[in-house]
Design a binder for this molecule. Structure first.
Ligand code: GN1
Ligand code: MG
Length: 370
C-alpha cells in the first residue's frame, strides 16, 4: 500500500504536505509526516514495527498504550503540582480512524503514528558535557516515571533482550555454521574479534550472577536509551523526553545505565571506521552520571552502585557481540547498507570496551564520588 494512503487511515487533520524517511534507527522504518491547514501545521512520526525483531508487534503497541497512559498521568500530575524545573514530555499515540492504536497493511505489517516532540532534537553523538548531563537527567527522570508501573501491564516485547549469556549462546551456535566459518576464514579482523569475545566470556555473566544472588533486582527499564533516543529542548538545551518506548519492560536498570554511557561517552559514534578515534570520554561520563544521580540517585541501593562499573564495561561488549553475531549470521537483525557494516560496528564497540577497561580505576573513582 502506498504510504500516503496508509497514513490517511489515521486520525490526522489538514493536508499531507510531506512524508519522508526520518532518523537513524536500526530496527523500525521511520517517516516524518507534515500536515498543514490554513493556520498551522502538525508534524507526526509514522513507523512500521519490525516484525522480524519483535515477535508480537501487537504487544509492542499494547505496551506502548500502557506506558504512555501511566507516564502521561504522572507527568500531568507533577506539572500541576509544579514539581519540576521544566516540562518533561512524552509522545502520544495518534489513533487510527477506526479508533485503534495502529493500522495493519495488506501484508499484515503493523504501522503506528505518534506525535513529534517539537522544538527539540536528538543527536547521534554527545555535543559536550552539558548535553551529556542532560541525557543523564532525562534517563534518571524516565526511570522515576516508570519506576511505579506494574510489570504485569507489560508483555515481554523481545524475549532474551539484554540477556548477555543468551547472546553468547546465539553467537556460539552461529560460529558452527558454514557461512560464519567462511566469513571468519576470510578476515583477520573477524578472527581478532572472535578472540576478543573468547577472552571475555566471564564478563558476559557478571550482572546475571548478581541477579541470581539477589543483589540486583529487575525493575522497569527502557532497554535502548542511546544518545539519539534522548530529546533535547532547542530553546533551553535541557533534556525533555526519552523516546523509543518499544523495549520498556522489567529488566536491570544497569543495562540502561551502561547502554546510555557506551553511546554518550563515544563521541566518534557507532559507525566510525577509524578505531583510533574511539575512546571512552570520562568528562562526558562524569557529566552524565551527575545528571542521572540528580534525578534517580535516591533509589539506587549500595549493591546497585557496586555494579555500575560492570554495567559500563558490559554494554559495549554485549552490543559488539550482537553486531558481530549478526555479521557472521549474514546481517539478518540490524539494518545495514553494506555487508561489513556490522563487523565495523562490532569493532567500534569492542574498542570502546577496551578503552573502558584501560580506565577502570579512574571510572570507579568517578562512580565512588557520586
Ligand atoms: C537498536 O533501533 P534502534 O537503533 O533504536 C537496538 C539496540 C541497540 C541499537 C544500537 C530492539 O536500536 O538494542 O543498542 O540498535 N534495538 C533493538 O544502535 O535491538
Ligand atoms: Mg530502538
Amino acid at each position: 500500500m502506498e504510504l500516503s494512503l496508509l497514513i490517511n487511515k489515521f486520525n490526522l487533520k489538514g493536508r499531507l504536505v510531506a512524508l519522508e524517511p526520518f532518523g537513524n534507527g536500526n530496527i523500525n522504518d521511520t517517516f516524518l509526516a507534515i500536515y498543514r491547514n490554513t493556520f498551522t501545521e502538525t508534524q507526526v512520526i509514522l513507523q512500521k514495527v519490525n516484525r522480524k525483531v519483535f515477535p508480537v508487534p501487537e504487544a509492542i503497541m499494547s505496551n506502548m498504550h500502557e506506558i504512555t497512559k501511566h507516564c502521561h498521568e504522572k507527568l500531568e500530575a507533577d506539572a500541576k503540582a509544579g514539581r519540576d524545573d521544566r516540562v518533561w514530555q512524552m509522545p502520544r499515540i495518534v489513533k487510527a480512524k477506526d479508533a485503534r492504536d495502529y493500522v495493519v497493511d495488506d501484508n499484515g505489517e503493523i504501522w503506528r503514528v505518534i506525535t513529534r516532540i517539537m522544538s527539540a532534537h536528538a543527536f547521534n553523538v554527545a555535543q559536550g558535557p552539558e548535553h551529556a548531563m542532560e541525557c543523564g537527567a532525562a534517563l534518571g527522570h524516565f526511570h522515576y516515571l516508570i519506576s511505579d508501573m506494574s510489570p504485569k501491564a507489560i508483555v515481554d516485547p523481545l524475549p532474551g533482550f539484554h540477556v548477555t549469556s543468551g547472546y553468547l549462546k546465539q553467537y556460539d551456535a552461529t560460529l558452527k555454521t558454514k557461512g560464519a566459518k567462511a566469513l571468519l576464514g576470510a578476515s583477520m579482523e573477524a578472527k581478532r574479534l572472535a578472540k576478543f569475545v573468547e577472552e571475555r566470556r566471564a564478563l558476559a555473566v557478571c550482572l546475571e550472577k548478581a541477579q541470581k544472588k539477589g543483589e540486583l533486582k529487575k525493575r522497569m527499564f527502557h532497554g535502548d536509551p542511546k544518545v539519539n533516543n534522548i530529546m533535547i529542548d532547542d530553546v533551553t538545551g535541557k533534556g525533555t523526553a526519552v523516546i523509543d518506548l518499544d523495549t520498556v519492560s522489567p529488566g536491570l536498570i544497569h543495562m540502561d545505565f551502561g547502554d546510555a554511557l557506551r553511546s554518550i561517552c563515544n563521541p566518534a559514534g557507532e559507525e566510525e571506521t577509524n578505531l583510533a578515534k574511539v575512546v571512552f570520554d570520562e568528562d562526558l561520563a562524569t557529566a552524565f552520571c551527575k545528571g542521572y544521580m540528580r534525578e534517580a540517585g535516591a533509589f539506587l541501593t549500595d549493591a546497585d552502585r557496586a555494579y555500575l562499573y560492570d554495567s559500563i564495561r558490559l554494554l559495549p561488549f554485549e552490543l559488539g557481540l550482537r553486531f558481530f553475531q549478526d555479521y557472521l549470521a549474514g546481517n539478518v537483525y540490524f539494518k545495514t547498507t553494506q555487508p561489513a557494516q556490522n563487523l565495523n560496528r562490532a569493532r567500534v564497540q569492542f574498542r570502546l570496551c577496551e578503552s573502558i577497561e584501560a580506565r577502570e580505576r579512574s571510572i570507579r573513582n568517578v562512580l565512588k564520588r557520586l
